[in-house]
Structure formats: structure tokens, C-alpha cells
Ligand binder design. Structure first.
Ligand code: URA
Length: 235
């Protein structure tokens, strides 16, 4: 690929900024200063900008603590989208949410431009576990917990086995492996209750970083990405 692409993708700069920096002689490949933005480099080449190593990023993975009031979409005519929460420098990556949280749901949303990974994560065959924290209007009985775990009738289907854990009389954690439309809210309704607050705490083996305030985000760590690749990407 061209050196200016490597620098702009690796250092989150626009192509114009990358070209300018290259022409200023601030970029080296190995020991050699390269001033030609079209110079050919490979993904694993040793490229330095102002003596800092630049790692080429083809794919981006962001953990967002989604706030209420934002839709899980790339565009929307009426509502704010989750992409509007990101810094402008991410706009070139064509990110999209891997999965959907309702506008009034908070918590872990993965934003990426890795279509293959997103497809695998969302595939019903992969049975990715997602844990939610729910505040309910009424207290939940042991019998209702048992029903939620065994499966309840949400109209289009009986839900698959889930795990429920009581936190307080009207708060539970619920782990499901499906992703039907409004599934958690409909499950609560099926046992005669109503969700008044919903937050996703985890997605597969990835847990929402507790240091992320609502509306904040961070890149996944190398370890988290490696985990996703091992489980959901390698054939
Ligand atoms: N289930 C719901 O009802 N809403 C969500 O946002 C996610 C799961």
C-alpha cells in the first residue's frame, strides 16, 4: 500500500495531513527518511513518524458505553446516532455498530469496520452470550426467575435457555444467547413485568470497562482483539 495510506490509517490522520508530514521528512521506513507519499510499504514494515512507531490499523474495534437517546445505526434522519459520539478522526473508518441496542438502552456496544467479525458475532449459530442489567417495575419472584431461565413465550418464539441472577428484589442480571427484537423487554413482559432501565454489561467474553462513563469509549486492547479473533474470526 502507499505510505500516506499507512500513516493516515495508523496514526488516525487525514490523507492530506499524512502527505504533508511525509513531505516534511518526518517519516522513516527502517532507517531511511521517505518523502514520497506514494512509496510502497507493507503492513508489517517498521514505519516511524517523529520517532514513534506507527502500526497500520486496517480494522478498528471500539467499546462504547452507549448512552440513552442514541440509535444504533450509522445514519438516521431524526435521531442522534452512536457514531456521532466518536471523535471526528474516526469518520474515515466507516465504522458501524456490531448489533443493536434500543435507543433507551445503555451499555456495551461494539463499533467496528470488520464486517467478517461482526457477521460472526451476530450469527445465531455462534450463540454469543450477552449479559444485561435490568431494573424492573415490580419485584421478581423465584418462579419468574426460573421461567426466564427456562424460556418464555415472546410471541414469535419461546426464548432459549438463559441465566438470571437476582441483584435486588426488582433488579436482575440476565444472560441470553439470542438477539431478537426487544428481546429482554419482551421476556420481562412475558412474566408480567416491565423493564424500566436496561444496560448491556458484556458481549461474549468482553466486559464493559467500568471506567468508561456513559457516552465514553475506548479502543479494544490487543488482548481483547486477539480473543475476538480466536473465538469468532479464525476458521
Ligand atoms: N433487549 C432489549 O429489549 N433491548 C435491547 O436494547 C437489547 C436487548
Amino acid at each position: 500500500m502507499r505510505l500516506d495510506k499507512f500513516i493516515s490509517d495508523g496514526a488516525a490522520l487525514t490523507r492530506t495531513q499524512a502527505r504533508k508530514i511525509i513531505k516534511q521528512g518526518r517519516v522513516t521506513c527502517g532507517e531511511t527518511v521517505i518523502k514520497d507519499p506514494a512509496f510502497h510499504v507493507d503492513e508489517n514494515d517498521d514505519i516511524y513518524m517523529d520517532e514513534d512507531k506507527v502500526t497500520y490499523k486496517r480494522f478498528i474495534y471500539i467499546m462504547l458505553n452507549k448512552p440513552q437517546g442514541y440509535v444504533s445505526a450509522t445514519e438516521d434522519k431524526r435521531q442522534n446516532t452512536v457514531l456521532q459520539l466518536l471523535d471526528e478522526s474516526y469518520s474515515r473508518y466507516k465504522l458501524f455498530p456490531a448489533g443493536r441496542l434500543d435507543i433507551d438502552t445503555e451499555g456495551f456496544l461494539l463499533l467496528t469496520n470488520d464486517g467478517e467479525l461482526a457477521h460472526n458475532l451476530l450469527s445465531p449459530n455462534k450463540k454469543v452470550g450477552k449479559t444485561y442489567f435490568l431494573k424492573l417495575q415490580n419485584s421478581v419472584s423465584d418462579e419468574e426467575i426460573r421461567q426466564l431461565e427456562e424460556g418464555v413465550d415472546i410471541g414469535e418464539c419461546i426464548t432459549k435457555p438463559a441465566k438470571a441472577q437476582r441483584i435486588s428484589p426488582n433488579e436482575i442480571k440476565l444472560t441470553i444467547t439470542e438477539g431478537k427484537f426487544h428481546q429482554i423487554k419482551r421476556m420481562a413482559q412475558a412474566v408480567g413485568n416491565t423493564v424500566v432501565y436496561l444496560k448491556r454489561l458484556s458481549y461474549g467474553q468482553l466486559y464493559l470497562d467500568e471506567s468508561l462513563k456513559t457516552g465514553d469509549y475506548r479502543l479494544l486492547t490487543e488482548k481483547e482483539i486477539e480473543h475476538l479473533y480466536n473465538v469468532y474470526k479464525r476458521k
